[in-house]
Write a protein that binds this ligand. Sequence first.
Ligand code: A2P
Length: 282
Amino acid sequence: MTEMTTVTAAAPAPAKKAVPDVQTVTAVRHWTDRLFSFRCTRPASLRFRSGEFVMIGLMVNDAKTGREKPLLRAYSIASPSWDEELEFYSIKVEDGPLTSRLQHIEVGDEIVLRPKPVGTLVHDALLPGKRIWFFATGTGFAPFASLLREPQTYEDYDEIIITHTCREAAELHYGAELIAGLKEDALLNEVIGEGFWKKIRYYPTTTREQSPKMGRITDLMRSGEAFTDLGVQPLDPAADRAMICGNLAFNLELKEMLEGYGLEEGANSDPKHYVVEKAFLD
Ligand code: A2P
């Protein structure tokens, strides 16, 4: 008797969600024929740490069943944790299952967003340090777009060096505009401190089109040119912290280089000197 009453009273059947988590697109901007960014509404329940990612996507028709189903991919949240909306920065892949469709979204359209943020590019995964390096290629800039607008970044570090390597100059525009905008951002200057942006050193490079600084960041570090340009010593575990986000080959190569400087990889549960994440491509 006891058993029966306990079971029925303590374990009510969980309510089943019939509809997926839908958000509305509020802005779209196309940066090149390969890149776009967009903003959407933020679920009231979503709390995240700047630098984390979520699963987002669209409802698509399942060829087998003929039913609608969500097609989702992991996307770094490019907006900071305090923003009322969410921002994403995406590549367009012509035959990519998701981005071939997602690139056509317009203001007012609905996207699916699972409000379960995760990720390793978070301040919690790093030990205290003096200087932080953000290393990005392509759309790997996205989590840094979040972290560059996060007050904690400036509380924790005296200097922030952001390197961004892209094939072409136009692919740098999203990041360049965002960084330039920090200067004019009255709210951030008030909240973080007037002139907080002076802590940022921006080091953009291109590999396949002429620009003021050519070459892969990895090669420029190996030759010492990047350190000379920036007027700093090579990375040192006593002072430097780093976050890496780019294509897989870049992540692996840079990870090995950082280990060579004596930095060790951290995690949420075991903070150390650097963290790495791959950009999620379609
Ligand atoms: P490259 O043009 O020499 O391949 P992608 O668009 O293919 O994701 O690449 C983005 C940028 O990352 C490009 O400028 C590319 O240079 C660069 N890149 C690719 N692999 C590496 C690597 N292993 N180390 C450094 N940069 C890389």
